[in-house]
Every structure is written in structure tokens, then in C-alpha cells.
Ligand binder design. Structure first.
Ligand code: FE
Length: 211
């Protein structure tokens, strides 16, 4: 079975952009529910994937219920790590790649926010790498870059209303701008970018544990 990873910071660490109340609902209720449902589906079917990544890839295009719950479990775990209440500034190779691809971090912010507000309905907005090339993309509903060979996620932000409605109501643009300016853990993003170029391991969801 899979477990719900703890947050690596306090529930109120991301205030005022994301309130403690939102984090409790989002992590303890939404994220926990995806994992609870996934574990039940796997138990009922007798499947026992060793990793969340295998669960996602095995189910993609075949079993929508398992895929949706596994991918949402993965996306949320990754999303928590993309944020920090402390300043984790951009630097190094990722900063150079952002400069090269977008012309600077402000231009990346514009591309990221525009992708997020242009995305209809629920989903996720990503900064991703293919080798050393960066791109901004969005995925619908539970869509997850784990299924895309050769693509390494660098950052993700949750576009589902449950991510921002309590704190920002319908203002997805305001949420995305504040998220990008105040919450991004560029240290984590830098590790992902290094992994995309073969230096170190990319993020993996905690492996399944015995039931
Ligand atoms: Fe969410």
C-alpha cells in the first residue's frame, strides 16, 4: 500500500498565499483520499505495484480510476515539494537555462501564469525539462508527466479550485502570481533540473509498504 507523505513544513508556513486551513483540507483530506481510494482499488484488483510511478504507468490508458487516483497522489506529493515558506532562490544551471529559454525568470513567470489561466477547468501547470530544454505545459484533471518518456517535471502548481478557492476565490491569476513570487522552492526545482541532465535522481514517490 501507499502512504500519504507528510508535509516538510508547517501547515501555516505558506501563509498568506496559502492558508493553514487550505493546507489542512488539501493535504489531509484531498490528498489523503486519493491514496485511500487507490489502495482500495489495488487491493480489490490484487495488483501490487511497487512504486507509484509504476502504478501510474501501468494504469495509463487502461484503468481510469487507478490512473486518476495514483496520478493525483503523485502530483500532490510533488506539488508540496515545489513550495517552501523560506526563500529558496533560483541559481546555477537552472537559472541559466531559464535565461536561455525564456529570456529570464519574469518571462517564465508570464508564460507559467498565462498557461495556468488559459487552462480550462481542473488540472496542473508545469515547468518541465526534456534533456536540458525547458518548457511550460499544462495537463488536464489528473494528467501527470510521469507518463511522458524523457520529460522531467521541474515545478508544478495545482489548478484545481480546491487549491486556491478558500484563499483567492475565483482569482486563479492572483494565486498563480503570488505562488510564483513567494512560494517556489527553486532549490528543489534545481535538483530536478540536474536530474533531467543525468545528475542525481529525480523525485520519486515513496515506495509502497507492506499492508
Ligand atoms: Fe489539489
Amino acid at each position: 500500500m501507499f502512504v500519504l507523505p507528510d508535509l516538510t513544513y508547517a501547515y501555516d508556513a505558506l501563509e498568506p498565499v496559502i492558508s493553514s486551513k487550505t493546507m489542512h483540507h488539501h493535504h489531509d483530506k484531498h490528498h489523503a483520499k486519493y491514496i485511500e481510494v487507490l489502495n482500495q482499488l489495488l487491493k480489490d484488483s490484487g495488483a501490487a505495484p511497487a512504486t507509484m510511478e509504476a502504478a501510474i504507468r501501468d494504469a495509463a490508458g487502461k484503468n481510469a480510476k487507478v490512473f486518476n487516483n495514483a496520478a493525483q497522489a503523485w502530483n500532490h506529493a510533488f506539488f508540496w515539494l515545489c513550495m517552501s515558506g523560506e526563500s529558496k532562490p533560483l541559481g546555477g544551471d537552472l537559472a541559466a537555462a531559464i535565461e536561455r529559454t525564456f529570456g529570464g525568470v519574469e518571462a517564465l513567470k508570464t508564460a507559467f501564469v498565462n498557461e495556468g489561466i488559459g487552462h480550462f477547468g481542473s488540472g496542473w501547470v508545469w515547468l518541465a525539462a526534456e534533456g536540458d530544454t525547458l518548457k511550460v505545459v499544462s495537463t488536464h484533471d489528473a494528467g501527470c508527466l510521469v507518463t511522458e518518456a524523457g520529460v522531467t517535471p521541474i515545478l508544478v502548481c495545482d489548478l484545481w479550485e480546491h487549491a486556491y478557492y478558500l484563499d483567492h476565490q475565483q482569482d486563479r491569476k492572483g494565486f498563480l502570481e503570488a505562488w510564483f513570487d513567494k512560494l517556489v522552492d527553486w532549490s528543489f526545482a534545481g535538483q530536478q533540473y540536474a536530474a533531467a541532465r543525468g545528475q542525481g535522481a529525480a523525485y520519486a514517490y515513496p515506495a509502497a509498504v507492506p499492508a
